[in-house]
Design a protein. Structure first.
Length: 331
């Protein structure tokens, strides 16, 4: 489908759900895609519409947040393609932080939780980097995402690594004692990273036992979370993580609108995700205002930030996986 046909089809689909409870998101997205037909109308939209949206940013939903299965899948694929590019390295700071903090000396399985994992591109790049550097530890990563076709998209994205025998990938219906026990056994026996995806809302994990995961992290998720749930997300992470947690996202800055507009122009769904998410992002000032003694904050030049929570040092974590799984069995 060429760019114009895609834009027309998207607008038609948006019109099809007018009045179904998705306003004002439908109106916002329709105007965006109308403007994306030409550079002139797009720049005009940036100058005249975007500032007003920024002021009411709780009203913004990206096209990916609306209930279009086929478009959600396409948006995930396009984001994955972009994140694979060496430059600008859209998930590099998070990948490096995870690589630095993994407990390489441990023989016990390390449990990681990735919230809003999308196609598990972060995990794909992490596993690839570990293979290149010959770093091998028993490790299970559970990805959580509530997008409906995400399991198929993740399976496709990880197919290359799985067929080379670097990782095993599975879909799990819930994060429970049985599934985690099997995955922990598999990572020890097969000496392979076990990646699993669970299609559920992340807030459904709130009853899991404290400190179940060594590390908990998320990438480009925070801006999708409603204002009144952002603190709730931090609390959930503080509860579930035993050692370190990472929050990785973009912050609001004017240059963020210029560069991505050029690189994503060819792919209007990614352009929509990038630009509307920048409009929802917290500013540097807001992030600094939220800083506290538990979460350290670091900014990166390309408009990214990383918040880090340290509950215990990675070289002395509460490594007894048996106890943690037993606690899960009691739930
Ligand atoms: C922009 S994507 C980022 C995907 C991935 N972390 C990455 O960086 O490539 C945000 C993801 O968060 C997911 N998401 C948003 N709200 C969620 C929730 N409440 N529970 C689970 N997943 C959620 C979306 O479905 C989407 O896949």
């Amino acid at each position: 489908m060429n760019r114009k046909d895609l834009l027309d089809q998207v607008i038609k689909d948006l019109n099809g759900i007018v009045g179904n409870g998705y306003d004002p998101a439908v109106r916002i997205n329709e105007k965006f895609f109308q403007a994306a037909h030409s550079w002139f109308s797009y720049v005009w939209w940036l100058l005249t519409e975007a500032p007003g949206l920024r002021k009411n940013r709780q009203e913004i939903q990206e096209f990916m947040d609306l209930p279009f299965l086929k478009w959600q899948a396409e948006t995930h694929r396009q984001l994955g393609r972009l994140e694979r590019l060496k430059f600008p390295g859209l998930i590099e700071p998070l990948k490096q932080a995870l690589l630095t903090e993994l407990p390489y000396s441990s023989n016990e399985p390390t449990l990681l939780l990735s919230l809003g994992c999308g196609t598990m591109e972060v995990e794909r790049q992490l596993a690839e980097a570990m293979t290149i550097r010959n770093l091998s530890i028993p490790m299970v990563i559970i990805g959580i995402d509530n997008s409906l076709q995400i399991e198929d998209e993740a399976a496709q994205n990880l197919n290359g690594l799985a067929s080379r025998g670097v990782v095993d990938f599975q879909i799990i219906k819930q994060v429970d004692h049985e599934n985690l026990t099997i995955l922990c056994q598999k990572t020890k026996e097969a000496a392979k990273i076990q990646l699993a995806i669970c299609n559920t809302d992340l807030f459904s994990l709130q009853d899991l036992p404290e400190g179940l995961f060594d590390m908990v992290y998320h990438s480009r998720l925070k801006h999708h979370i409603k204002m009144n749930n952002k603190t709730h997300l931090d609390e959930l992470i503080e509860k579930l993580c035993a050692c370190k947690a990472f929050e990785f996202d973009d912050y609001f800055s004017v240059p963020n609108f210029i560069f991505p507009s050029f690189i994503t122009w060819k792919w209007p769904l990614t352009l929509n995700g990038a630009i509307l998410s920048y409009l929802r992002d917290a500013s540097k000032k807001e992030l600094k205002g939220q800083a506290n003694d538990r979460w350290a904050l670091k900014f990166f030049n390309l408009g990214f930030y990383l918040r880090t929570l340290t509950k215990a040092q990675n070289n002395q974590p509460p490594r007894n996986i048996g106890e943690r799984l037993n606690a899960l069995a009691r739930f």
